[in-house]
Design a binder for this molecule. Structure first.
Ligand code: HPA
Length: 273
């Protein structure tokens, strides 16, 4: 058995000693979006630090707990805080929890993030459903020996984000009068925000938003057969030519302000699963 599979099985075995609900849906919450956990009737909470082989979260705005519970009648497992490549974790470590959730039996993964707006139609506080991504600026998490029990060596990426989930999210947004865009998420490593020239380049390449997370997780999720839904909260406008200084505090504040809309969307989407 490969070292990766060995570790995954140890992690999963540990979690199974603490939890006996079978979650169908996994949720990974982005920067400043951790309060979404209030929508979850939590049954078991496991600090990352206690989970064998799990990395530990170091970023402000991330709580670092794996939460098992229900949203409505749907059993979920929520990662309050994710691991970012810019923190120094390897790409394999960043996606490790996704694989754990898969081996715990989830079928669908919902991802949220704070992102910089590149599409000129976007405003701070808007939501964008991710319908595709550009991963070329980041390391592919599948680099290295392929673990065949998880998925194939050369996975198709023609449709990483599930069309049915996207359609459902649009219907929910419409019913709740929540403005949503749809577009392409461009992944960068961070931790620097982009230069003006970089934002301009991303726009030319076809990116609608840019951010430092999500895509490695989405790739690993598709690799191991999960259905993926991703959504970005626009926390700053990257393509603005003037006054283009961006701070982490501003990002967290904008995420917090938009969080209720995201909570409504996720809560209702989960209940359809
Ligand atoms: N760029 C990259 N990552 C981000 C941004 C941004 O402008 N805003 C929030 N995360």
């Amino acid at each position: 058995m490969s070292d990766l599979l060995n570790r995954l099985q140890e992690t999963v075995a540990f979690i199974k000693t603490k939890v006996n609900v079978q979650a169908k849906v996994g949720v990974i919450l982005g920067s400043g979006l951790g309060n979404l956990t209030e929508e979850v009737a939590v049954e078991v909470s496991i600090p990352y630090a206690e989970i064998p082989h799990f990395p530990t979260s170091t970023v402000k705005g991330h709580s670092g707990k794996l939460l098992f519970g229900k949203v409505g009648s749907t059993p979920v497992v929520v990662m309050g805080g994710r691991f970012h490549y810019y923190e120094g974790y390897s790409a394999e470590q960043v996606v490790y929890p996704v694989r754990v959730l898969r081996l715990l039996g989830i079928e669908t993964l919902l991802l949220s993030n704070a992102a910089g707006g590149v599409n000129p139609d976007f405003e701070v506080g808007d939501l964008m459903i991710i319908n595709d991504h550009i991963s070329f600026f980041t390391e592919n998490p599948l680099r290295g020996k392929n673990e065949e029990t998880l998925g194939t060596r050369f996975p198709d990426m023609s449709e990483p984000y599930d069309k049915i989930l996207i359609a459902k999210a649009h219907a929910i947004a419409k019913a709740h009068k929540i403005k949503v865009h749809e577009g392409v998420y461009t992944a960068v490593t961070g931790p620097t925000f982009e230069t003006r020239a970089e934002y301009k380049l991303i726009k030319i390449l076809g990116g609608d938003v840019v951010g430092m997370s999500t895509v490695q997780e989405a790739i690993a999720a598709v690799h191991c057969g999960l259905k993926v839904f991703g959504i970005s909260v626009i926390t700053d406008i990257g393509i603005r030519e003037d006054e283009n200084v961006i701070t982490h505090e501003e990002v967290l504040q904008a995420a917090k302000a938009a969080e209720p809309k995201l909570a409504t969307l996720f809560k209702n989407l989960i209940q359809t699963l």
